[in-house]
Every structure is written in C-alpha cells, then in structure tokens.
Design a binder for this molecule. Structure first.
Ligand SMILES: *Cc1c(COP(=O)(O)O)cnc(C)c1O
Length: 392
C-alpha cells in the first residue's frame, strides 16, 4: 500500500515565505482564485466546464461593457497573445494600420501588426506623455485599423481612449485597444466608446494566475473577420475556431481548465466588488503612497494629472537614490517592486496598483521596509495618515 503512505499535499506545505508582490504584473493571486486552482480536474469538453465558460463570457461582457451579443473568450496564453490574435484575425497583408506608440507596449503592437503584413504608420508622443487625439485625426487616412494601448505600463501613461475612439468611430477603421492595465480595475465601455477589439492578461488587474488572455470582439470586428480574403495564419487563435469551442462546443484545442476555474473566481470577485469601487480603491492607494513618499523627493513622473495611469504608479526617483541597491535590499526582505524600462531605467519606479496589490497591507510592508532602508523616520506614519484622510 505504498500509495496510501505517500505524503498528502497538506503535509508538504512548501517552505516559501510570504512575498509582497508590487510589480505591474503579475499581481498577487486572489484568494478565491487560489482555492479554485486546487479543484479536481475536469475535461475541457465536460458540460460543467461549458457552463462555467458561459458564465465567464457573460462576466467578460460586463467587464468590457460590450454589446449584449458580443463574442468574448479566453485565449490560452498571456496578454501578448491577446494582442497578437487581434492583428492575426483582423489585419490582412497590405492593410494600413495606425498604431499609437508612446511606450514599449505600443511598439510591440506595431511590430506584431507588421509581422502580419500590415503597412504600419505610427503616432508617437514624447516619453511620459499621452497620445494627442488630434495627431490620430491627422494621420487617420484610410487606415483599416487603429491600435492604441489604454494604459502604457512602461511609463505609467493613460492614453485618451474615449477621445481617440470618437475620432475613429466614423472612419470605417476598426479600433483595437490594449486594456491590460485598465479593464477589470475601472469601468471600460467598448460599446459606448466604439471599441472593436480589446484584450487583457489574467495576471494583471484581475489577479488570476498568468496564462489566459480574456478578449472581446465587437460584432463589427467579427463581420470584418468573416469577410477576410484569406484565413488567418494563426490557426491557434482563429476567431472561427474559438467560436467553434466557446459557442458550438466542438473541439478546437484543449483549454487550460484549471486556469479557467481560477479565472472565473477572480473575475466574479472583481465584479462583486464593483468596478467603480475598484477604481476608487486604486486612486485612494495611489494618493496615499504619493503623499507619503513626496517629502523624500519622489514625484509623479507623468506631468499632467489626467494622463497618469492609476494602476501603474510611476514615480521619479530622488537624486542620488541607489535604485538597484534599494530594490535589491527590498527583494532580500521579500518585497518586489519594479524600476524603469529602457530610457526610464534608474529614473523611475513603477509601483503596481492592479488587483490585489492595491490594498493597504502590502504597501504598509513596503513603507516599513523603506523607512528602515532609507533611514526615513515618519514614512509609515505619513502613509497611515494619508490613508485615513483619503478614506474619510
Ligand atoms: C503586461 C502587458 C502586456 C503583455 O502581457 P503579457 O501577459 O506579459 O504577455 C501588454 N500590454 C500591456 C499594457 C501590459 O502591461
């Protein structure tokens, strides 16, 4: 009876310390999602999984604010697969695609569109500044698609998607929006704004495990897809193949069922909390962190307040701060934060305020550690006072 003697999972709890994860993705897994991960496996063609998938699709329509009949699904990959699937299905060789590129994720969009044969034109903005909608208007021409990142994680900039959508709406171009740092954390309205394709990654604002890209496709985009001259070169995420599985319930590929279990719980938890409430929670945390750190010389990197992405707090570092050294010391204390990327390396910190990271407890841990590492008495007290003032 060797099998019965084998240690049971509860008895072999791994000796991992609690970790305070404050990066702009992945985010700490929501406790409900973590529990759902341990649920026994079911087949991907099981009726109960189809029922769960239908509930996920309905919740995604709510999260993205879509038309009542819009197609939503989970792709078996991270946020970048959501990005790639949009270009693969909605762009054909020779199409003009206008990409708003004011950071590294905008540039990733441009690279992907080009790989699918698009003639890419760029609208850019100086580092740390949002895309100017009038620049989009000036370059619209007869673009088949406009693509924009809502919240640019690399710089902490929020692009004016509703204003850009208003311009694109009547042009005949489809509008693709990277909603990775916004959807699930604040109200998003595909139907009202006029967005045709949106995607995110499970591990960002929803605090589910990485490995799923929730997408939403407007009816207009689906019609464009259906009129393609050639099938998409990306078989794995072919919109028709996705629909076969999600709507017709025929086999396309094996979906990661256990990730669906966890994702469904995380998404439900977000909607039960309420998107306006989540938006308020993020702003409250952001204000308290900014106020607490200001006397040490940290300041918002993005100048214009309305262009600051609330879910990725980009703070300019005080002069003479040992960026790498302080972050290494934090990591030694089981706290992870993120520095700048490319030109902002050594210039900013990017503090994640997505999903489960945007709570007082993990940031309290950061303030306690920084008070000690930087020799900055009063930091924790200032943070608590700012939290109290904000919630009053
Ligand atoms: C993280 C991120 C992505 C890419 O997602 P992965 O899950 O890393 O593939 C795309 N866009 C933005 C804005 C992101 O923050």
């Amino acid at each position: 009876m060797k099998l019965l003697d084998a240690p049971q999972p509860a008895e072999v709890a791994p000796p991992y310390p609690d970790h305070v994860l404050l990066t702009p993705g992945p985010t700490p897994i929501h406790p409900r999602a973590l529990r759902a991960l341990t649920r026994p496996m079911l087949g991907h063609m099981d009726p109960e999984v189809f029922k769960l998938n239908r509930a996920i699709q309905a919740d995604l329509r709510e999260m993205y604010g879509t038309e009542p009949e819009a197609f939503t699904a989970l792709l078996a990959g991270t946020g970048s697969l959501g990005m790639e699937a949009g270009f693969a299905n909605l762009v054909e060789k020779g199409d003009e695609v206008l990409v708003c590129a004011n950071g590294s994720f905008g540039r990733r969009m441009a690279e992907m569109a080009a790989r699918y044969g698009a003639k890419v034109r760029l609208v850019t903005a100086p580092l740390g500044e949002p895309i100017n909608p009038s620049d989009v208007a000036d370059h619209l021409g007869d673009a088949a698609m406009v693509a924009v990142v809502h919240g640019e994680t690399s710089t902490g900039v929020l692009n004016p998607v509703p204003e850009i959508a208003e311009l694109v709406r009547h042009s005949g171009a489809l509008l693709t929006v990277d909603a990775v740092t916004t959807a699930g954390m604040e109200p998003f309205s595909m139907q009202q704004w006029g967005v045709d394709y949106a995607y995110t990654g499970a591990q960002k604002c929803l605090s589910a495990p990485p490995g799923l890209a929730p997408v939403a496709i407007s009816e207009r985009a689906f019609a464009r897809f259906a009129a393609r001259r050639h099938p998409t070169p990306l078989w794995y995420c072919d919109f028709e193949g996705l629909r076969d599985y999600w709507v017709e319930h025929t086999y396309h590929h094996t979906v990661p069922v256990n990730l669906h279990f966890a994702f469904a719980e995380a998404l439900r938890a977000a909607l039960e909390e309420g998107l306006p409430e989540r938006r308020e929670r993020v702003r409250w945390m952001g204000r308290a962190i900014t106020e607490a750190l200001a006397p040490l010389g940290f300041s918002p990197y993005v100048k214009r307040e309305e262009a600051r992405l609330p879910t990725v707090l980009a703070l300019r570092l005080p002069e003479h701060l040992d960026d790498a050294g302080v972050r290494a010391e934090l990591r030694r204390r089981e706290i992870s934060i993120t520095g700048g990327l490319g030109p902002t390396a050594g210039v900013i910190w990017r503090l994640g305020l997505m999903g489960e990271a945007a709570h007082p407890a993990p940031y309290r841990a950061l303030m306690v550690a920084l008070e000690d590492i930087l020799g900055a008495p009063g930091l924790v007290r200032r943070f608590e006072a700012a939290l109290d003032a904000g919630s009053a």
